[in-house]
Design a protein around this ligand. Sequence first.
Ligand code: PYC
Length: 309
Amino acid sequence: MRLPVIDSHTEGEPTRVVLGDPLRLARPAANLRRALEEGHDWLRRALCLEPRGSEIAVGAYLTGDPTHGYEAVFFNNAGYLGMCGHATVGVIVSLAHAGLALPGPVELRTPGGPVRARLLGRSAVEFENVPSRRHLAGVTLDVPGHGSVTGDVAYGGNWFFLVSSPSLDLRPANAPDLLAFTQAVMGALRDQGVTGDGGAPIDHVELFGPPTRPGADSRNFVLCPGGQFDRSPCGTGTSAKLACLVAEGRLAPGQTWRQEGFAGGVFEAVAAPHPEGVVPTLTGRAYVTAETTLVIDPEDPMRDGLDWR
Ligand code: PYC
């Protein structure tokens, strides 16, 4: 089987997009996710795992067309995501690269809800994310080996535990320690039964520290569900942060928050009020890195990828 994909990165975090619905799965986003998960999970594994893919990449499978908008399902080395902000930016830049985005807004219907995106120039994309909200404030966990850690639980298209001022500096040399710390926090969330609404598992941990880029408000480090960290500022994580800032009265609706990611890229974000919390609008930049045709050879014993977790 031959599978054409477009690769890009958004502020350092890769996205791999499958266009044109090669599996002929056209259906609403929630059903599309189920169809992929239950009947074609090999596609996720083949795209995002070694030897073809990378544990840090997010894949996107799209159906639809420029006139009617697109269904988009996001996935990574570990499974499926409700929404993905950096990949939304990557998808729009990839659609434009393929001549499949009209000027003006493009609707992406994701399992987390509809997202409206617009290309600004060649590489910048603005998108209105799903409504985001703070669910719990000031939750204290006992994290084995690290003591008490306090954070908020918030939703931005995925569920996050957000920790301000962790004891470690958010610098590249500390990446292994930051991974170990955030994985310990994830374990404590599970063990101590802290969840999102209705028992939804929290699958991202987000740490905040002082920015290094002029003009940025904060720098973050985000642990993703597959055990890797987001190189970008994380669109859904930035949305969860906006919901917390507005709930605390630290950010006014319409005021810009500049979130620096671990690789130094910045998302600009503003929040509009919403009955559940806020509707975030984010802007980030993506660049196409490859147009590739993946080959899936039925005789290859490792055709569906290697999962090292
Ligand atoms: O940008 O929302 C995001 C995201 C989630 C996981 C990786 N990136």
